[in-house]
Design a protein around this ligand. Structure first.
Ligand code: SF4
Ligand code: SF4
Length: 347
């Protein structure tokens, strides 16, 4: 009998990609700002849910990225002067908590507008999505891509963007030149600023848990079901505030929180009241009560609250729970949950 190892190979490759999962971005990306649900954007910026992808999907994303090199090569072959591509992509600071990376800039040579510089965006599509794009155009078929390009074009002080789409099924190509609409670009930049600085979660796009867009949302459980975040970091903490200069401040430690520290948080973490299903009852300045349990430095930790509630107690936990005196500007060693462990004892 021939032993088929092919599935095993795929499994190993997929596990490799899954193990390389990245940390969430510090800023809210322009690629998301056209999303219909402001609450989803707030959750995303607050690192309040974690979206994981199977290895196959991660490989699919990689394929999309690898396509960029081919597209640039084809554009250059017809005389388009492509700059800021690949590892030299521009990092655009759109507003204090908003950012993005355009796929490139066509400085000149775009057919029919050879002297006009264009922001470029390259996207791969499956057949259904590509057919819809050809039929309806970018603004109607891919509104988030449209807004992304409007914002990049505005921030680079250009007037045009070039959308280049390729169909993964049959290599068809669709291109569209997009004209800057200043009003639209500014409206969506302002939307992003308002969402990132909002202390509370904006309203849901639908209060109906069976609404089709909600059913696909990676924040569905947090938003409509358990209504409880599973993430403990500075951005899900009631003591943190996103400031208008692009930094985060911890009220508890009266200090600016470095980004690398925000991923870990400290033992004084208190769950943000919009990320739990209960009413917050203040106990004192730094502790509150949820469902009869004190949460904060003098009470049970946020991880204990979360995992006590959903009944998931990790038997493998071998860490210790320290009484947390670590501060964002101080020693990181006191942060007990840095490996994302789940406490064994749930009070
Ligand atoms: S589940 Fe629906 S309402 Fe909630 S964040 Fe997602 S899209 Fe918005
Ligand atoms: S440092 Fe601690 S108290 Fe301050 S925001 Fe982060 S988790 Fe909350």
């Amino acid at each position: 009998m021939k032993i088929d190892l092919s599935n095993h190979i795929v499994e190993l490759i997929d596990k490799y990609h899954e193990s390389k999962a990245e940390q969430p971005r510090a800023y809210l990306g322009a690629s998301l700002l056209g999303h219909e649900c402001s609450r989803y954007l707030w959750y995303t910026f607050r690192w309040a849910y974690k979206q994981t992808f199977p290895g196959r999907v991660l490989r699919l994303f990689r394929r999309g990225q690898m396509e960029e090199e081919t597209i640039v090569s084809d554009l250059r072959a017809i005389g388009v002067d492509m700059r800021y591509v690949g590892t030299h992509q521009l990092e655009l600071n759109i507003a204090p908590h908003l950012g993005g990376h355009p796929d490139g800039v066509a400085v000149s040579g775009v057919p029919t507008a050879k002297k006009t510089p264009h922001i470029t965006e390259f996207k791969t599509h499956n057949k259904k999505s590509f057919d819809d794009l050809v039929k309806n155009g970018v603004e109607k078929a891919k509104f988030m891509h449209y807004i992304q390009m409007q914002i990049y074009t505005r921030r680079k002080a250009l007037t045009r963007a070039l959308y280049y789409a390729i169909c993964k099924d049959d290599d068809r190509v669709y291109t569209e030149r997009i004209k800057l609409d200043i009003e639209v670009a500014d409206k969506y930049i302002k939307r992003g600023v308002d969402i990132t600085l909002a202390e509370h979660a904006p309203s849901r796009m639908s209060e109906n848990p069976t609404w089709y867009q909600c059913k696909w949302c990676p924040a569905y459980d947090l938003c409509h079901k358990s209504k409880l975040t599973k993430e403990v970091n500075c951005r899900t903490c009631a003591h943190s505030t996103a400031l208008s200069d692009g930094t985060w401040k911890c009220e508890k430690w009266d200090d600016i929180i470095p980004t690398e520290f925000q991923h870990k948080g400290c033992r004084s973490h208190v769950l943000h009241p919009d990320l739990v299903p209960w009413e917050m009852e203040p106990v004192d300045e730094w502790n509150c009560s949820y469902d009869g349990k004190t949460n904060g430095e003098d009470g049970v930790s946020s991880l204990e609250i979360i995992y006590g509630v959903i009944g998931k107690v990790a038997s493998e936990f071998d860490g210790t729970i320290e009484s947390g005196e670590g501060s964002p500007g101080g020693e990181f060693g006191r942060i007990y949950n840095k490996e994302r462990d789940i406490p064994k004892e749930v009070k």
